[in-house]
Structures are given as C-alpha cells and as structure tokens.
Design a binder for this molecule. Structure first.
Ligand SMILES: [Zn+2]
Length: 394
C-alpha cells in the first residue's frame, strides 16, 4: 500500500499564506507555536470536483527550525513545517486533495502525495577534481535535466573550494574533493524533493534569513545511503536565490540554489555546510524570541569553535590564543562589541581568544571576531575553524 504524505514544503506555503495579512512575520512573532492549535483539515475530490468521503482531521502542523541565509550574508534560522502522513489509502477516484488551515486553502494533486522512499535508480557519479582524493563531500542534483550541466557546476564549485582557506594549503590539497551525484529531474523545473525551482529572485534585505529548500524528511529518506554521515548538499537548479542548512537538531542535507543576488556567492553556503559536516558549530546568535527557543536553549558545553567558558584559558582552543589570558573573563565581552568594534588583529592576524556570542546565544563564546561559521560575508573561516578542518581531514 502506497504511503501518502503531505510534504512540509506544501504546508509551509499554506502557513505562509495564513500568515500574510497578520501583523509581523516569523521573525517578530511566535506564530508557529501559537498556531499549532489551529486544526489542519483535508478533503479528497474527484476530477469533476465532487467530494469523496468525509473530511479528515490531520495531526497538527509542526515546525522545526532550518538554517537560513540572507542576501547580505547573515545566517540565522526560520521555522519550516514537518511532513504530515495522511491516514488510509488513496481513494480510487481521487484527483486532488484540499487542505485547510487558519482560514487558508491549498489544493494538491493526488499524484504529488504518493510517497516514494527511494531515488529513481542509480545516480551518475563523478568525482572532482579527480578520483585520487581521500575525502569527498557529496553534492546531489535537483532540477537538472542534463548531467553535464550539473557536473560543470560541481567542477566549478570544487575549483573555487580548493582556492579557499584552509583547502588551498599544502595539508588539504591532496585530500579534498567533491562527488557529484546526478539523477535527472522528473521533468522541466521539477524537483525530486518538492523544492521551489521556479519563482522570482528576491534580493531585498529584511530582518529575516530566508530559507529555500525541499522537504527535508523526504531528502533524508531518499538520499540516506548517498550522504556522508547524513550530510551533503542538494544543488537546486532554481530561479530563486538562497538555500538552507542541514544542521542541529536534526541531520538533514543542506540546500543551495545555483542562482544568487548581486554580491552574493552561493558557494559560501556549501563552504559553511562543509564546516558543519566536519564538526564545526555555528558562531552566530539568534534573537531572543520564543520561535528560536529550541536552538537557543539547547544544552551546550563546548565544541571545536564554541564554548560556554568565558575564560580563554579554559576554551577548547586554549593552545591557539593570541589575545587574552587566564583572567577569568572573556577577551571580548558583549558590551565591548557595541559601537563598531573591530578586531585589533594582534600581530596582523585575526584575534584568537573568547568573543561573546556563539551557538545561537549571547552567553556562549567564539574564538574570533568573524568567521564563515558566523556569517557568509566573512572572508574566511577563523584560525580555530581552519585548524580544526585541517586536523580533521589530514
Ligand atoms: Zn570559526
């Protein structure tokens, strides 16, 4: 019996239209939690628009945070809806399903609800820059009809990556590569995972950090065997810009569109996500709003590049310090960073100490002023992240 699933991407569209007209947006309201009580109802119709059976009450809509990227390089998080399974079997006469939530309606074709748990056949694989490397980050095609067009994108991405610190150094030059996995799109501008491949490029910089992605559960299920410990990048041949992260609290692949706004470079999303796949933490802070509480309040002590220890001498990177010492206080406090603070660059290098603000919260500390794990506008990974990547891959 075929399973029926409403993709989270469709539920996101429904919840967004229910949100429009309400004051504020996801950033300024705790709308997802507030609206979870709103019941989600579904009805089957045949091709002539006649109702089939009774209205179904479905599980309440649930949201998880996904890492999002603003056109100005800011990294943050936005709520995305989880998939919802439909009870029972597909009625023989069913043509489409009507969903209703929060006064808004959405129609979905019956075919789009039948869940497939595997990719269609084996992928065409190609390794870049060659097949003599020891680490390959998986890149999956979505929306490409032509394998060579996709491979050209991954070749370009690999070349660019190999010119970025620390991948450009002698330690990693022999190690790092990318593996391109191609499955032809199910049709022109069609996604295997319900990703938005058409639509306008929105380059306006607002307060949010928009996400662009397909159904995360669907991608994780279908791509499981092809990912590297659950990680990898789905490269979307989309006319929109942006992407989404795949990190905590769940293991999902990341997403990036090949199109970007002026001044933006989508390849930096890939670089940030490779950082995650090698064990790096996020170094940005999320606003103190209920919608971000799941990530802000996560239990956390220390990781490779974030710590709860203010004292630099207690940080995991204590052997790399070049500013600050065992004084029991952070090198740079939160107040220090007000009013256009700039890195003093001890010895002409980025500072390494403890800088307030990391792992989504003001109370945690990062090693340096700026880093690709904090912002896509940062030119490089900080020295601690670079050393971690080298140690991990070498
Ligand atoms: Zn860093």
């Amino acid at each position: 019996m075929a399973k029926l699933t409403i993709p989270g991407t469709a539920l996101d569209a429904l919840s967004r239209s229910a949100q429009s007209g309400m004051a504020g947006d996801w950033q300024s309201a705790d709308a997802p939690e507030g609206q979870q009580a709103e019941s989600l109802r579904a009805l089957w119709f045949d091709g002539d628009g006649r109702q089939i059976g009774e209205e179904m009450a479905l599980d309440p809509m649930g949201f998880d945070l996904a890492e999002g990227f603003a056109p100005d390089g800011r990294i943050g998080a936005e709520p995305v809806a989880r998939d919802i399974d439909l009870p029972g079997e597909l009625p023989a006469e069913a043509d489409h399903l009507m969903l209703e939530w929060g006064g808004e309606r959405l129609t979905m074709q019956a075919d789009d609800l039948v869940r497939t748990d595997d990719m269609p056949g084996e992928p065409l694989c190609r390794k870049f820059p060659d097949d003599a490397r020891s680490y390959y980050y998986p890149v999956i095609s979505d929306g490409f009809l032509d394998a060579e067009a996709f491979f050209a994108q991954v070749a370009d991405l690999t070349d660019w990556m190999r010119g970025q610190q620390p991948f450009d150094g002698p330690e990693l030059e022999p190690v790092f590569g990318m593996e391109a996995l191609f499955w032809a799109a199910p049709g022109e501008a069609k996604s295997h995972f319900g990703a938005p491949l058409t639509g306008d490029m929105i380059c306006t910089v607002g307060t949010g950090t928009p996400v662009l992605l397909g159904s995360r559960e669907d991608a994780a299920r279908k791509l499981g065997a092809f990912l590297l410990d659950g990680q990898g990048l789905v490269l979307m041949n989309s006319s929109q810009r942006g992407g989404a992260g795949g990190s905590a609290p769940h293991d999902f692949p990341a997403w990036a569109s090949i199109n970007a706004c002026p001044g933006e470079d989508w390849r930096r999303i890939a670089l940030h996500e490779i950082g995650h796949s090698l064990g790096l933490e996020d170094e940005y802070v999320l606003p103190d709003l209920p919608v971000y509480a799941t990530w802000r309040d996560m239990a956390f002590d220390s990781g490779a590049n974030a710590t709860s220890k203010a004292n630099p001498a207690k940080a995991p990177w204590k052997t790399q310090l070049n500013l600050g010492d065992d004084e029991g206080r952070p090198t740079v406090s939160h107040a220090d960073q007000d009013g256009g603070w700039v890195d003093p660059r001890p010895g002409g290098k980025p500072l390494v100490g403890t800088v307030a603000g990391a792992h989504y919260h003001e109370k945690y500390f990062r090693p340096s002023g700026d880093c690709l794990m904090r912002s896509l506008a940062a030119p490089h990974f900080c020295p601690v992240c670079q050393q971690h990547i080298i140690d991990k891959l070498r």
